[in-house]
Write a protein that binds this ligand. Structure first.
Ligand SMILES: *Cc1c(COP(=O)(O)O)cnc(C)c1O
Length: 970
């Protein structure tokens, strides 16, 4: 007989416990329970988690108090609480334009990509053979952009339209002739936030921004480039052909910021002679999300491909001679070129680029054109009605955006009538209103708009009457005559069944967290919980234009306020800015804050930035963007910063020392004991300390950058705070700053974002990628202080467990106190080359045959693997990974012994596709079984790489960056 319920309760739970939430989150987020933790501890040589942490994390920097964070909520309670907050947001119909338009996310795309962990938990496609699906989607994206813009080559997304424009400016600046001046012309009808981001970017580089009317501009040798908006921010469409020609005549180049949808019916900028075309793909199915995340795009000429920022997907061939996609040219651009890099972009907007490319795949060229024509027809209807009511339209010819001149009424009155109908219109002045229509606009909406302009009096005409008369309002010379999107992929999947299968087919080619752990050092691939992800597509968060009046975003402001407060508490800083939309952008924003701080104290000469040799490549690239000159600091043989070298250089440059950029724990995966001394040396010599917080997962709840001595630090919310990597973006890279730097946080030219608005913007939207910030909010709220701290401890334990179990087979490169590592460890592969010919890439590819994604390859040390398991992986999964690594070590030993051939072995031929293994021809010197099923559990959960090893050299020599003919696959 079983004991009674009452007796069971006594032995298993306290009576109170039975009343606490049954869906607490901590145990869902971390991989191991008490028992497993004890098992791992005993392998590492400890009997408690606390003693391990005491030895791993230097005593002098340990947190002295509990953090003031919210009490943890269960998953259900969290959703209820969040619903309460976000329902304070008001969802109006917004016709505000300025580069953001409401649109319809096709549900088949929303459900199967945006809300599907098979897509959103993937990593940047560095491991080509297990990332063919998203790279196909990205090559579709590149093709879509080149076709619509009429350009020759496009990259696989940038962070937003504003930063894409700024990147275009800096690219042209780097390409300019010696004889050309440093002036850059910005048309006054460029979106204001784009101008804002351009100004911020131009300043530290000494670029002189000139704003004016393009019609009145006289190109001269002073200018290296210019940017115009197409259609203009006010809605008018101009043919820029003559203007661009006049720029070319003086050796200057032209950037056109373009609206993608309009290009389906308007003459593309490429046909006007543009050198670069930038913009946003937001209205291709991406929710407004109060500003982001959205994919920026960047297209240019073949000639400039080697200077192009961001990532570029190319087609190469695999070991079987078949096509295989890979990241081309700039694959690891910053890591190699560092302070000479063309741009600091690392995380981009892959998930959003995939989504918008699928929007084009689903609608096809005809469908897109129909959407564009419909939006345009709605606009002409509105214009005809407004003119009938006696208004004058001052932005002709137009596509979807118009300016209405008022005479009898004022803007305030119109805005008031609009608000009564829950509609947002933009007041340009007391006499001018701007209206921008979009894919969601209906006849009823047009009718509502006309009623507003008729001051709520009934109309004396019907829409039907208007509709009969009106034609398209685009002059023939501006019409698009060339075809686009003729590739089969854009003409095959227009039913939901076909689309669903296409999406699923691509998804199945990619290894994501839904398959196995992705132990990428420095990238923190932890759980992205469903409860954290759910709200992202809630209309209260998704359907809000970034420039709506403040009183419509109370819910958002509560979330920002709470998250900023918690992040301040976690980092030990006074203020946080959520604006930067990737870690790299946080670095840039943080360094700008330092630069502007020095300037405010009349110390603008402080422009030296010390950066350890071990730093991530974005660090030197960002420093240069912010106007600093990089001086490299050495590391000692233990991986620590060489303090003597640092001291020497700090003193040598003490009159112009601006900053130190330091990652903590170091990129070598150790808690440096000397970190506080390092900060002190910098401060004593007049510099500021910038901490790269990519490794914050080893700090949360144990120590704080602010306490250690840093002045500013970025966080990667897409690493430490659970925003998924999305296959290479989106990201959020907020910065925390000490009190004295708070006045220098990024502002915004349109929306008061809580910072001192005297500073320029670093992103197009006031809070960057606002809609995904809720993911980190939910994570912190469900764990609370104890939970976060426990997660950090487990991250450290898991890394040490792996290091301990693998150290016999693979040397662990750097260790700290008592041979412990922090939250990641570096395995040295270099020693195998001599005896077996095996290199780090062979192990990375062979891991695919075992169903794993390789750890970070060759960063920060060439020829090594950096393993970061995170707290979310279970002991079972860690053991599986360890078994795979040990099995590979045996394979290497077999090569060394001669029982496997030195060139024809499972490592050199990895990965093995199903096609290779099943083929009637198998001429290798090892068995098929050994190739595909080297360990028993693979029979239960085999993941097949979809192509053989992709040839990198061939890919860069024969660069192809758009869709290839379908026949090449057969
Ligand atoms: C990831 C990372 C960065 C860059 O962050 P992004 O969000 O990819 O721009 C910078 N430094 C380190 C150490 C990193 O790991």
């Amino acid at each position: 007989m079983n004991p009674s319920l009452k007796d069971q309760t006594k032995s298993e739970h306290s009576y109170e416990e039975t009343l606490s939430p049954s869906d607490t989150f901590l145990r869902r987020h971390v991989g191991s329970d008490h028992e497993k933790i004890q098992e791992m501890l005993s392998v590492v040589g400890y009997d408690s988690l606390e003693t391990l942490i005491d030895d791993a994390v230097p005593k002098n920097i340990r947190l002295k108090k509990e953090l003031d964070l919210p009490n943890p909520l269960g998953e259900f309670a969290l959703q209820k609480e969040l619903k309460k907050i976000v329902s304070k947001n008001k969802i109006f119909r917004s016709y505000l334009g300025l580069g953001y338009s409401a649109c319809i996310t096709p549900p088949v795309i929303q459900r199967n990509i945006l809300e599907n962990p098979g897509w959103y938990t993937a990593y940047t496609p560095y491991q080509a053979e297990i990332a063919q699906g998203r790279m196909e989607a990205l090559i579709n994206f590149q093709t879509m952009i080149t076709d619509l813009t009429g350009m020759e080559i496009a990259n696989a997304s940038l962070l937003d339209e504003g930063t894409a424009a700024a990147e275009a400016m800096t690219m042209l600046y780097s390409l300019k002739e010696e004889s050309q001046g440093k002036s850059f012309f910005v048309s006054q009808s460029v979106h204001p936030q784009t101008l804002d981001v351009i100004r911020t970017r131009a300043l530290p580089l000494g670029i002189h921004v000139v704003v004016g009317s393009f019609k009145k501009m006289t190109p001269s040798a002073d200018f290296f480039g210019a940017i115009v908006q197409y259609p203009s921010s006010d809605g008018t469409i101009y043919d820029f052909s003559d203007f661009i020609q006049s720029l070319h005549a003086v050796g200057a180049k032209a950037i056109v910021a373009a609206d993608l949808l309009s290009l389906t019916i308007l003459k593309p900028p490429g046909e006007m002679g543009a050198d670069v075309v930038v913009g946003s793909t937001q209205r291709f199915g991406l929710p407004l999300g109060f500003g982001g995340p959205h994919a920026g795009f960047f297209a240019t000429r073949e000639d400039f491909k080697r200077s192009m920022p961001g990532r570029l997907i190319g087609v190469s061939r695999d070991s079987q001679g078949k096509p295989g996609y890979r990241l081309s040219l700039q694959t690891r651009e910053q890591h190699i070129r560092r302070d000479k890099a063309t741009s600091n972009i690392c995380t981009a907007q892959v998930l959003l680029a995939v989504l918008s490319s699928m929007y084009a795949v689903y609608h096809g060229p005809k469908g897109l054109k129909q959407i564009a024509l419909r939006v345009h027809r709605m606009t002409t209807l509105l214009v005809t009605g407004l003119e009938k009511l006696g208004y004058k339209i001052v932005s002709k010819p137009y596509f979807d955006t118009i300016r209405v001149e008022l005479s009898k009424v004022t803007s305030s009155e119109i805005i008031h009538y609009a608000e009564e109908r829950e509609i947002n219109l933009r007041s340009v002045s007391q006499h001018v209103i701007s209206i921008s229509l979009d894919e969601t606009t209906t006849l009823e909406d047009v009718s509502d708009l006309l009623l507003i302009f008729n001051e709520n009096k009934p109309l004396h005409f019907s829409l039907e009457e208007l509709a009969k008369k009106e034609e398209y309002a685009i002059p023939e010379i501006l019409e698009r005559k060339s075809s686009y999107l003729s590739h089969a992929v854009f003409n095959s999947y227009h039913t939901e069944t076909e689309m669903l299968r296409y999406i699923r087919r691509l998804e199945a080619k990619d290894l994501s967290l839904t398959t196995s752990m992705i132990a990428l050092g420095s990238c923190t691939m932890k759980l992205n919980a469903s409860t954290e992800m759910y709200p992202v597509t809630w209309p209260e968060l998704a359907n809000i234009h970034p420039f709506v009046p403040n009183n419509q975003t109370e819910g958002y402001r509560i979330l920002f306020g709470q998250l900023e407060k918690w992040l301040c508490e976690i980092t030990g800083f006074a203020e946080v800015s959520l604006q930067p939309n990737a870690g790299s952008q946080g670095e840039y924003a943080g360094l700008l804050a330092i630069r502007n701080y020095h300037q405010s104290r009349n110390e603008s000469h402080r422009n030296i930035c010390l950066i350890p040799i071990s730093a991530h490549g974005t660090n030197p690239a960002s420093a240069v963007m912010a106007g600093f000159q990089v001086v490299v600091v050495a590391c000692d043989e233990n991986g620590n910063i060489d303090v003597e070298d640092l001291k020497k250089k700090a003193i040598e440059h003490k009159h112009d020392l601006g900053a130190l950029m330091v990652t903590y724990p170091s990129t070598h995966g150790v808690f440096e004991e000397s970190i506080q001394d390092i900060c002190q040396i910098i401060h004593e010599n007049g510099g500021q300390v910038y901490m790269d917080g990519a490794n914050m997962n080893a700090q949360v709840g144990l120590t704080r950058p602010g306490d250690i001595g840093a002045d500013v630090c970025h966080l990667n919310l897409h690493k430490t705070f659970c925003i998924p990597h999305g296959g290479g973006g989106p990201g959020v890279g907020p910065i925390g700053v000490a009190e004295h730097l708070a006045p220098f946080l990024p502002g915004h030219s349109i929306i008061e974002n809580g910072s001192n608005n005297s500073q320029g913007a670093v992103s197009a939207a006031p809070w960057g990628s606002a809609s995904i910030i809720v993911i980190s909010w939910a994570y912190i709220h469900m764990l609370g202080f104890d939970g976060l701290r426990h997660a950090t401890k487990l991250a450290i334990l898991n890394a040490n467990y792996i290091a301990k179990r693998l150290v016999g087979a693979y040397p662990v490169l750097y260790k700290g106190n008592r041979d412990l590592v922090a939250h990641e460890c570096i395995l040295d592969i270099r020693g195998f080359k001599k005896g077996s010919g095996v290199e780090v890439e062979d192990i990375a590819k062979r891991l695919m045959d075992y169903g794993f994604h390789s750890p970070t390859m060759s960063f920060p040390v060439p020829g090594t693997l950096m393993v970061e398991p995170t707290e979310s992986e279970s002991k079972e999964e860690l053991d599986r990974f360890i078994d795979a690594m040990l099995s590979i070590a045996e394979e290497i030993a077999d090569i060394e012994k001669g029982s496997l051939d030195k060139t024809d072995n499972p490592l050199k031929n990895a990965p093995h596709t199903a096609e290779m293994v099943i083929s009637d021809q198998w001429n290798h010197k090892y068995s098929r079984e050994r190739a595909a099923y080297p360990l028993p559990w693979l029979r239960l959960r085999k993941f097949w790489p979809s192509v053989g090893r992709v040839d990198n050299v061939y890919g860069d020599r024969n660069l192809v960056c758009s869709c290839i003919p379908v026949e090449s696959y057969t």
